[in-house]
Design a protein around this ligand. Sequence first.
Ligand SMILES: Nc1ncnc2c1ncn2[C@@H]1O[C@H](COP(=O)(O)OP(=O)(O)OP(=O)(O)O)[C@@H](O)[C@H]1O
Length: 579
Amino acid sequence: MPIFAFIRPYKLMAVSALLALLLTAGVSLSLGQGVKFIVDNGFIAGSKAQLSDAIFVLMGLISLLAVGTFTRFYLMSWLGERVSGDIRKAVFNQIVTLHPSYFEENRSGEIMSRLTTDTVLLQSIIGSSFSMALRSMFMLIGGLIMLLITSVKLTLFVIICVPLILVPMIIFGRRVRTLAASSQDAIADIGTYAGEIIQNIKVVQGYTHESREQAAFGAEVEKAFEVAKHRVQQRSFLIAVVIFLTFSAISMMLWVGGMDVLSGKMTGGELGAFIFYAIMVAMSVATISEVYGELQRAAGSATRLLELLKVESTILEPKIPQDIQHHHEMVLEFKNGDFYYPSQPNIAALKGINLQIPKGKVVAFVGPSGAGKTTLFELFQRFYDPQQGHIIFNGVDLTLLNLTVLRQAMGMVPQQPVLFSTDVWHNIRYGRPNATDEDVIDAAKRAHAHEFIERLPQGYQSYLGEQGVRLSGGQKQRIALARAILKDPEVLLLDEATSALDADSEYHVQAALKELMQNRTTLIIAHRLATVVHADMIVVMDQGQIVDTGSHQSLLKTSSLYKRLCELQFDRIEKSQAS
Ligand SMILES: Nc1ncnc2c1ncn2[C@@H]1O[C@H](COP(=O)(O)OP(=O)(O)OP(=O)(O)O)[C@@H](O)[C@H]1O
């Protein structure tokens, strides 16, 4: 299994753990001989001195067993934790470099569960189940040899009895496990249900549905209880059957063996040792059959993890990247571009795109929803490659550039700002991780965000995002703009917010934007009349194509689509802002 590649760096640990495992298995097996010695030389022979000696040796063995067990348990668990941690890191490192379309084809929940559930399973396998199985194998083989040495007749008895006990155990065990899984599912359903209600508590209360929801939730709980009851019944039955069968078998063995002792064919100590080994063999078989299913599940997890590790990003970097030609007149060019999203290979998201963006200009993109404006921005950042045509950045084809160089030159401010659930420092500093506190504060000031940040409960240390303080739409935008100011990209890609802000917020956001757009090429997906009016060039898009380009005044005359957009879209937004 290629998972061994992850264990290889810790060879010494693994070998030591294996040695400790062999030692403990050996000592456990020798304990049976201790039992024999104590009974025969101590009790039967009636020698107090020999009994004391035997107990002394036994204590020595037990101490050795304790030390060995500690070493084995510690090293194996350490290995399990270490290796699963390494795999987790490898998987995450792989995930963050994958092409974005991978995440469209694979649900994020599934990817997350590989990172958590699958790695936890591997951890428990390497840390405990595997060593349990290995130890049991040693005990089983060693135990059987010792049984045969002690009594062939009784060994045959054990070989018949063990499966008789194990078969019902395995059948019932499986049933209990399936029921345990459905019990867990039922509990998860309860959680989901409660979560949804809590999240939408205002709707529930607004519609006065409290008692309905209580009844519905009650029904879910009862369903879970029924499943649990069934599981408990099966489990209780299993325990009873196992106890009955095991002790009956031991009693029978005592009877057969006891007869042999009485007729002098075997010593009492031998019988004691025999029972000791028989129990050891039975327990080993039970352990192996128990962890076998788990090992199989782990093999599934390992395969899934390795599959993920093998996925290669489709956005490939050149082996020898080319340098940007800063003297180039056009910052961005798109020549004869066609693009289809991998998930919709028959519908062109962009078709026949030819575009040149001159340095230092403000270019606005307008068009109805689904025209392809966002797609164009994603292609400029090389989240996808066009199937046809070339995108050229400062004279160099995007595919010949180092990705870091390209993406550092691009600053995207999305319509819905993305904030992490960390403090303001971290959120702004995301634009340039090595920025000093002064740089961050300066960027916040320029983004008109400093004042409101200072007023937050813990200032720049306040937590934002899901669990943190709630910011207004305009405040979030200004944090995102401060982040972009700090990044100081050569090209700013801006998706203007459509939601109307109040006049004060709007003033601050526009002022921050103005600051950000200074002295840089800016591409804006425009939703405001003021923006298009001030743009150096406007690109009108429709159904994945560029239908017109020009200035506001010229397009009003030449482009019917632009004229219609201005009348409909911009008017509406401007009006809603004014109201
Ligand atoms: N990740 C995706 N996978 C598949 N198709 C997509 C994806 N993103 C966008 N599309 C499709 O590509 C087309 C262009 O979408 P795009 O988001 O670029 O339009 P837009 O002009 O930015 O629209 P809007 O102003 O509503 O954001 C649409 O038909 C859309 O359904």
